[in-house]
Design a protein around this ligand. Structure first.
Ligand code: DX5
Ligand code: ZN
Length: 224
């Protein structure tokens, strides 16, 4: 398994001060950017122009999570804008293999996200096309929701699949990740942890990242 990485979600940050907010978390590995279009999910956040500005303002690479319809059309633009990682939802993609290849050829890591009830097994053959699988542990659309324990067995099965293919694909989890849930996720095999409210809702966001990382590393070591 690769090293623990923490990707704080700016969905819970102050949108009027995004440059300050991304600079307030030097311990982050990535900055997670939730793009929502009010079609794929019932919420609307930000899009390409904001990402283009954030690429320049952020000291860490952007981890763009696209909760949008028709990612085949829109996702490559985020890679071209300089995002380090671009994740599309498989439920919305028309041609996920072609899309992953397009994202990679534009210079970004290609991620594929699954909603809580979407099975991972049908996508095993796609692993060589991907740099990351994102397993949602809440229904996408909003920050601050309750972590869905029911998804833990799927995280374990995804980890087994990834190890069968050489272990290089990262396994990200997103939704309800906090001090009381991150250890279960690390034990199940996740290695990239998105946290919104647990980081930006904390009094000291950077310390919150350090604490989450320590918990995940300790839990991962217990399994290894
Ligand atoms: C939800 C987003 C998440 C969100 C997580 O649809 O994809 O990235 O910011 O927020 P928390 O960590 O508060 O559950
Ligand atoms: Zn997200």
């Amino acid at each position: 398994m690769s090293a623990v990485q923490i990707s704080p979600s700016i969905l819970s940050a102050d949108f009027s001060r995004l440059a300050d907010e991304v600079n307030a978390v030097p311990s982050a590995d990535w900055i997670h950017v939730d793009v929502m279009d009010n079609h794929f999910v019932p919420n609307l956040t930000l899009g390409l122009p904001v990402v283009e500005s954030l690429v320049k303002a952020s000291p860490r690479p952007l981890d763009c999570h696209l909760m949008i319809a028709d990612p085949d059309r829109w996702a490559p633009g985020y890679a071209e804008a300089g995002a380090g990682s671009v994740t599309f939802h498989v439920e919305a993609a028309h041609a996920p293999i072609r899309l992953a290849r397009t994202i990679r050829s534009a210079g970004a890591r290609a991620g594929m996200a699954l909603k809580p009830a979407t099975p991972v097994e049908p996508y095993e053959d796609l692993l060589p096309e991907l740099d990351m699988i994102l397993i949602m542990t809440v229904e996408p659309g909003f920050g601050g929701q309750k972590f869905l324990d029911v998804v833990l067995p799927k995280i374990r099965r995804a980890r087994t699949m990834i190890e069968r293919h050489g272990g290089s694909v990262w396994l990200q989890i997103d939704g309800g990740v906090a001090a009381d849930t991150i250890e279960r996720c690390a034990e199940a095999g996740a290695d990239v942890f998105v946290a919104g409210s647990a980081v930006y809702g904390a009094e000291d966001p950077d310390r919150a990242i350090q604490a989450l990382r320590a918990q995940a590393e300790a839990a991962g070591t217990r399994v290894a």
